[in-house]
Design a protein around this ligand. Structure first.
Ligand code: NAD
Length: 279
């Protein structure tokens, strides 16, 4: 899209963190924004901030895990703004535990919220974007979907890897039809995601994606996303140093795994939050 001015942008998970920052970044560029989230008071506060920028915003209570969430989003957005230009599938949840300790039901919950939400979103919004021959999709994945730096978040990593592949196939199809796709792959970003994490079983040694990656602020990421929509960029990591990791792995995948396993020997076991560990 050449410009976000007067565009209608839907962002899921927009009450907090990366979604909120992106909602504000596109609003600063003149877009009207649908703020979709489970958290109504957070959404209301974001709407006030967006309206203060001189554009329109609409809060919609939305659980992306629900079957009909996206048809509600479509209908309410079309009623309010008459069009849809950008859909950012951003809401996501994180679960932690050893592979044998994460219940199957938790796998299903995480895949439903993180991955199947994108599938349901596409089923509702692709026909509209294809019909108008313009628009843009942003899917939030993660460094965890690009390479495995930890073994205690398998459902999350699998959901994010699937989002990367789904997005790559979509861009092959959609770009020639006038529709852009961006897959946002954040490294560490200071948001509220750890507040909603579920933990199963014993404490695990946990690792981040690498010491070279500093913690970004969500505002910085929101700006990157807004720029990527206008520039029609597909792959959007929050730190380009991730490319070195991927090249290293591609050159010698088994060697990369051997090095990763060796690094675990030095990883201390850190306390992890136990709250919210229920099903
Ligand atoms: P956050 O917790 O600050 O924001 C997530 C928002 O999503 C919250 O407002 C929450 O209420 C909402 N949400 C959760 N479940 C929902 C549901 N079922 N339906 C609708 N809304 C729901 O976290 P964040 O870090 O901004 O996370 C946004 C995305 O970024 C997620 O997909 C996450 O996996 C991804 N991500 C974050 C990081 C990081 O370091 N923060 C790294 C990689 C990827």
């Amino acid at each position: 899209m050449e410009s976000l001015k007067n565009a209608t942008v839907i962002v899921t998970g927009a009450s907090s963190g990366i979604g909120k920052a992106t909602a504000l970044a596109v609003a600063r560029r003149g877009a009207n924004v649908v703020v979709a989230d489970l958290d109504d008071s957070g959404a209301g506060a974001v709407v006030e901030q967006i309206e203060a920028l001189g554009v329109q915003a609409l809060a919609i209570h939305s659980d992306v895990g629900d079957d009909n969430a996206f048809s509600v989003l479509r209908d309410e957005t079309l009623t309010e703004f008459g069009r849809v230009d950008v859909v950012m599938n951003n809401a996501g949840v994180l679960t932690r535990g050893l592979p044998e300790e994460i219940p199957v039901a938790e796998w299903e919950r995480v895949l439903n919220i993180n991955l199947m939400s994108v599938v349901r979103s596409n089923a509702v919004f692709l026909p509209i974007l294809l019909e108008q021959g313009s628009g843009h999709l942003v899917n939030t994945a993660s460094f965890a979907g690009l390479y495995s730096y930890a073994y205690d978040r398998t459902p999350y990593a699998a959901s994010k890897a699937a989002i990367v592949q789904l997005s790559e196939a979509l861009v092959l199809y959609l770009r020639p039809r006038g529709i852009g796709v961006t897959v946002l792959c954040p490294g560490p970003v200071e948001t509220n995601i750890m507040a909603s994490i579920r933990t199963f079983g014993q404490e695990t040694a946990t690792r981040g994606p690498g010491a070279q990656f500093g913690i970004k602020q969500p505002e910085e990421v929101g700006e990157l996303v807004a720029e990527a929509i206008v520039a029609n960029t597909f792959m959007l990591p929050t730190d380009n140093q991730v490319v070195d990791v991927l090249v290293d792995r591609a050159r010698d995948w088994d060697g990369f795994i051997t090095k990763s396993i060796a690094a675990w020997a030095d990883t201390p076991i850190r306390p992890v939050p136990q709250s919210g560990a229920s099903l």
